[in-house]
Write a new protein. Structure first.
Length: 371
């Protein structure tokens, strides 16, 4: 949870200080006023990146040439608020990060302190896009729920896959294929460990997701989710890696392993299963992803006794008023800190009970005021 956040040089916001509500925060203003820049600032200081490009440098105000975001965030043991900061200059290749005034190079340290879930206008694309995005959904939970077990393995896997890919691109003759095998053994070893952790997490998450989905979505389809480990689990991964060597050399990358895991969203009927993205509307897909992220937040809370911060940008995109109300009230029920953008604040305030502790911030041409 954030007690105070100071923003300088983030897109059109030159300087702003917000002391948000512990519950609901409405960021209102006209298009292009800077509403999303506030959410983006929270996203950046939580260890994430630019909403669209994924590059922090794209968030820097062109005239100022730098950005700086500081916040007082609730500590992991919830005993106090700790100061965290991130800054980046156009002239520097990497951001400067400080936690309690001490410099660190690990962006993941920020993510550990501030678990953030975001819902944007393009959230529905998680079901349409490549497995990379759905794997990101899964690994958000792995990072925050099984951090000490998962994160070191994930880092090792990235390095091993990168090294195998480099070796693949250097192969000229069949004699050089032997250079790949040491990486195959390492990728198999790490992938099997990651698979066990992911499967255990998914097994806990799935029933929570179905409960949330039934309450939130109600679109009448029999939607099923399943976990894909990244290779044919009826065969040994080593066998898969060695059988795919010719294809991998031609493509220049490793085609199987835990780095290719996925969550399958499918509609089940008497004829079998079909990709949910081929059946559901964009609004229904967005609600499905919302249900998944809410389920992750519930599981996160049950395992750590901590709360997520939710960022909702352009929630009305693809959703009607009834479904907007459902999403917002579901998040309020979680007792999470919520930040939501809206052109008119009343479009949000009228959906929630007057007893909910809410603050409304109005943004005009990059200037932020509490109403």
């Amino acid at each position: 949870m954030i007690k105070k956040i100071r923003i300088s040089g983030v897109r059109c916001i030159k300087n702003a200080i917000l002391e948000p509500s512990e519950k609901l925060n409405i960021i209102s203003g006209a298009n292009g006023s800077g509403k999303t820049s506030i959410l983006e600032s929270i996203n950046i200081i939580s260890g994430m990146k630019h909403f669209k490009s994924g590059k922090i440098i794209d968030s820097i105000n062109h005239n100022m040439g730098y950005l700086q975001i500081t916040a007082d965030a609730l500590s992991m043991n919830k005993s106090s608020y700790i100061p965290i900061a991130i800054s980046r200059k156009n002239s520097c290749k990497k951001p400067e990060i400080k936690i309690k005034g001490v410099a660190t190079s690990m962006v993941s340290n920020l993510a550990t302190i501030m678990p953030v879930q975001k819902i944007t206008a393009n959230t529905f694309q998680f079901l349409e896009s490549s497995s990379k995005f759905r794997r990101g959904l899964l690994d958000w939970g792995m990072f925050h729920v099984k951090h000490s077990s998962f994160f070191p393995l994930w880092q090792q896997l990235q390095k091993a896959v990168n090294q195998r890919n480099i070796a693949l691109k250097k192969i000229i003759s069949s004699k050089q294929i032997n250079e790949i095998f040491p990486w195959d053994f390492l990728i198999e070893k790490i992938s099997l460990q990651i698979d066990l952790l992911r499967q255990a997490y998914f097994d806990e998450l799935a029933p929570i997701f179905y409960d949330v989905m039934n309450n939130l979505c109600g679109y009448g389809y029999n939607l099923k989710i399943s976990y894909f480990c990244g290779w044919d689990n009826k065969r040994k991964l080593m066998e898969e890696l060695q059988n795919s060597i010719t294809k991998d050399i031609n493509q220049g990358y490793t085609s199987c392993g835990a780095h290719k895991a996925d969550i399958l969203f499918e509609i089940e009927n008497i004829k079998g299963r079909k990709k949910a993205s081929c059946v559901l509307s964009r609004g229904e897909m967005k609600l499905t992803v919302c249900a998944f992220k809410i389920a992750q937040s519930i599981l996160f809370n049950s395992k750590t006794s901590r709360k997520c911060i939710f960022l909702l940008d352009d929630l009305p995109a693809e959703l009607d008023k009834n479904n907007i109300d459902k999403v917002i009230n579901s998040l309020i029920t979680l007792d999470s800190q919520v930040f939501v953008t809206s052109i008119e604040a009343k479009d949000v305030t009228k959906t929630v009970s007057s007893s909910v502790a809410a603050k409304v911030f109005v943004v005009k041409k990059g200037n932020v005021q509490l109403t």
